[in-house]
Design a protein around this ligand. Structure first.
Ligand code: FES
Length: 193
């Protein structure tokens, strides 16, 4: 369908399941499609329906149920901004408005040229760093409306995530601190361990 590498990947994920339960690989197959195309196009829906002996509507039901699958291309870099309680209370609505204005598109849409997509996301499990966003597997924390330009520039430069701090009234984007493993953090251990 999308070349040998893709077909090898489909066979690899299907090999995890008994032949009579090949359809159990559907979620993994959808990830493989999306890894190649960036979304799940109609041709892939038809192809998977035939492969798993089901209907295109059945495949589309799975695609539309999970937010991580896209029926249309979501943009090269998708900015997933959290809107759950902590982030909402800390101003994620105003941060989204600032992204919308900077990128010229609304939440749920793709910016002109397809470079960026803007989406709402539920809790990203970084509530103490609210408001925060996930982009290309990188976290951006303590966001503010004034900081969205820094985030967009960072993504264009290759990403990597970061935390916004205000210095002298101006936002700065600092690298994220990765916590040391508990064993290296000075936590006392019991004798004999
Ligand atoms: S509420 Fe936004 S990360 Fe939890």
């Amino acid at each position: 369908m999308y070349g040998k590498e893709f077909e090898d990947e489909i066979e690899r994920v299907e090999s995890r399941f008994p032949p009579e339960r090949k359809r159990a690989a559907l979620m993994l197959a959808l990830h493989a499609v999306q890894g190649v195309k960036g979304h799940v196009p109609d041709e892939a829906v038809e192809w998977l329906a035939l492969r798993y002996d089901t209907s295109p509507a059945d495949i589309l039901g799975v695609v539309s149920f999970y937010t991580m699958f896209h029926e249309t291309h979501p943009g090269k870099h998708v900015i997933w901004l959290c809107r759950t309680f902590s982030c909402q209370l800390m101003g994620s609505g105003r941060v989204m408005e600032a992204f919308e204005e900077a990128l010229g598109c609304q939440a749920g849409d793709v910016a002109e040229g397809g470079e960026f997509g803007l989406r709402w996301m539920e809790c990203l499990a970084a509530c103490d760093k609210a408001p925060c966003a996930l982009v290309d597997d990188d976290m951006y924390e303590d966001l503010s409306p004034e900081s969205v330009g820094l985030v967009i520039d960072k993504i264009r430069q290759g990403g990597g995530g970061g935390r916004i701090v205000a210095e002298g009234g101006s936002p700065r984007l600092l690298p994220l601190q990765v916590p040391a493993p508990a064993g290296d953090a000075g936590i006392p251990r019991k004798a004999g361990r």
